[in-house]
Design a protein around this ligand. Structure first.
Ligand code: ARG
Length: 597
């Protein structure tokens, strides 16, 4: 929570050294806590401007921070939080916070509880953030739209949608926590040419009984079946086109079938959301925008943005080195991208968001590049206002695509079922005495948590691996490990009968293992903020894993319940703060915690 303060100190030192135009330096975190709490590259950047050795500049900045020239009536403005500064090759400056500063934070955490981490609560050090000098949340007054999950009706929700749902929900939670007005919008795929195929298949070769039994699976079979048959008999594609056209022109029967598809699919999606504990504010699917497409196309023409090309209508983007976006096919049909343009326009008008995030797989990067650029030249959004938050594929332990197994598509339902039953086995082994209801509850929280954490703890850009043993390893970097650490602390606190208003002497916490934890707790708000800024929930996951490790190490080596009275109180306060932070962090990731496991 002192990043800004450190930044200001360096800025002031640079000015003291005669640099008026402060270069673009950053304040970040050293690779390990032995090297301090914050570090900066300011000296290396300034060295380039001054053409001097970085180490020399680093030393100069260091001495300026220690005794600044800037004075005020109240005396020299030396930092109240920095204890020690060290210069490290090739020119880093490392800052160590005073122990009393990190100790003081403990009371704040215990007071803020589930709000800890969400606010710039230190009024003195973050004055610049608020005119009145009062603490505010950084997202105050700003809106953000998050487009996530977005499965397609009459098709199965697959692992890609699962990733979108899990990552999207985490990003939603983070932004909400930071004080933003968050709008979650599930851009359901309920329009498009594939419905003609499905309607045709449904009318001609559906098995109504199977549809009743397992709608998603049978629809999937129908789609595959249609494509197989169409390979043999090309006329099928023409028939499908006729069905699409009839449907889009409002044919009663086809609309009825489509509505049936939608109803059944949404039931299925909701079952999945319920399992995941996910709730999305809006579900304005693609169909919602269809009536706006004519206007989008004609205004694109009027603005001179669109042009005709072989009977189709496109938005040429070669000026930007991007392939053209087709907004109308030669047969008059509109496309996925046309709908996305209308969606952007609608969202801007309705919510006036600062940003619109699209939590969608890497594969659609090209699509979004075209759509965002088109929306920009149409004047709907400013550059960088719409952001594609990409993610990679899910691979099995064998390194192959995880979405199918032995050629069969994996149903999300089955995936959850397997996670829960595997978790159940472990719970049974670890704690056979629990009641059945408790075991059931724990298995669900652990199983679902494991799936989510597996996704959120890995860098979303890369393809992630899906490995049951790793995901459910109670000792590894997994949800169960973090949940178990939380429950372990709660059980200690129960045994100690700690009350909410625990009294303690924070200055007693000066053992290395205690300070490491305290130093880490100081960073939580910045971790949350950074995870939001970079749309990277794995930053939070990494932090929580480290915190849990630090706690478990501490607890192994330092007595808590058996410590002498004052120390015991202080250590109990410390571990309470760890529990609060673990819980808050996991909650942001959409992962539940249990009081006992
Ligand atoms: N339904 C699409 C799919 O399954 C994802 C939609 C993403 N959102 C959007 N506005 N295009 O691939």
């Amino acid at each position: 929570m002192y990043k800004k303060e450190i930044y200001n100190l360096i800025e002031k030192a640079l000015k003291d050294l005669g640099i008026e135009e402060v270069p673009n330096f950053t304040v970040s975190y050293p690779p390990n806590e032995k090297m301090g709490d914050y570090t900066t590259n300011a000296a290396m950047i300034a060295a380039k401007i001054w053409k001097k050795a970085p180490m020399e500049i680093a030393d100069a900045i260091k001495s300026k921070v220690k005794s600044p020239r800037t004075t005020s009536l109240r005396g020299r403005q030396k930092s109240k939080v920095v204890e020690k500064i060290e210069v490290a090759p090739p020119g880093f400056i490392n800052f160590y916070l005073k122990p009393e500063v990190v100790q003081k934070n403990l009371a704040t955490i215990l007071k803020q509880k589930d709000k800890f981490g969400s606010t710039w609560f230190d009024k003195t050090h973050h004055k610049s953030l608020t005119a009145s000098g009062k603490a505010i949340k950084i997202g105050k007054g700003k809106t953000i739209v998050i487009d996530y999950s977005a499965p397609n009706i009459a098709k199965m929700m697959h692992v890609g949608h699962l990733r979108s749902t899990i990552i999207g929900q985490a990003i939603y939670n983070i932004y909400k926590f930071l004080g933003y007005k968050t709008i979650g919008d599930n851009h359901i795929g309920d329009w498009g040419t594939h419905f003609g195929k499905l309607i045709y298949a449904y009318k001609n070769f559906a098995n109504k009984k199977d549809l009743k039994k397992n709608f998603a699976k049978e629809m999937n079979r129908l789609y595959v079946d249609f494509n197989v048959r169409a390979k043999e008999d090309e006329k099928l594609n023409d028939y499908a086109r006729v069905e699409t056209k009839k449907f889009q022109e409002g044919d009663k029967e086809n609309i009825k079938i489509w509505k049936y598809f939608a109803r059944e699919s949404i039931k299925e999606f909701n079952r999945i959301y319920k399992m995941l504990g996910v709730k999305i504010d809006y579900a304005l699917g693609e169909s919602f925008y269809q009536k706006m497409l004519g206007e989008i196309i004609s205004s694109a023409f009027k603005k001179g943005v669109a042009s005709r090309s072989q009977g189709a209508i496109i938005i040429p983007l070669e000026k930007y080195n991007i392939p053209p976006l087709m907004i109308q096919k030669s047969d008059g049909a509109t496309l996925y991208g046309t709908t996305d343009l209308a969606t952007i326009k609608y969202r801007m008008k309705k919510w006036n968001p600062k940003k619109i995030l699209y939590i969608v797989a890497n594969e659609q990067a090209g699509h979004f590049t075209q759509v965002f650029k088109s929306a920009e030249i149409l004047g709907f959004i400013a550059p960088k206002q719409a952001i594609h938050v990409k993610f990679g594929m899910v691979l099995g332990p064998d390194g192959k695509k995880f979405s199918t197994r032995e050629g069969k598509v994996i149903l999300l339902k089955d995936l959850f079922g397997e996670a829960i039953s595997r978790a159940r086995k472990i719970v049974q082994e670890k704690n056979p005495k629990l009641s059945d209801a408790e075991k059931r509850k724990i298995s669900k929280v652990v199983g679902i948590g494991a799936i989510k954490y597996n996704d959120l703890s890995q860098n979303r850009f890369t393809d992630i691996t899906f490995n049951w043993d790793k995901m459910l390893d109670f000792r590894g970097n997994s949800a169960p490990y973090l949940q178990y650490t939380y429950a372990r602390i709660k059980s200690i606190l129960r045994r100690a009968k700690v009350s909410a208003a625990i009294k303690f002497k924070q200055e007693l916490l000066n053992d290395e293992k205690e300070l490491v934890i305290l130093r880490q707790l100081i960073l939580f708000d910045e971790v949350v903020e950074r995870a939001g800024e970079e749309f990277m929930p794995n930053i939070i996951a990494e932090y929580l894993y480290k915190l849990a490790n630090n706690f478990n190490l501490f607890y192994e080596l330092v007595p808590v319940l058996k410590a002498e009275k004052d120390l015991r109180q202080a250590r109990l306060a410390l571990i309470s703060a760890v529990a609060i932070t673990l819980k808050n962090g996991l909650k942001l990731l959409g992962i539940e915690t249990l009081e006992r496991m």
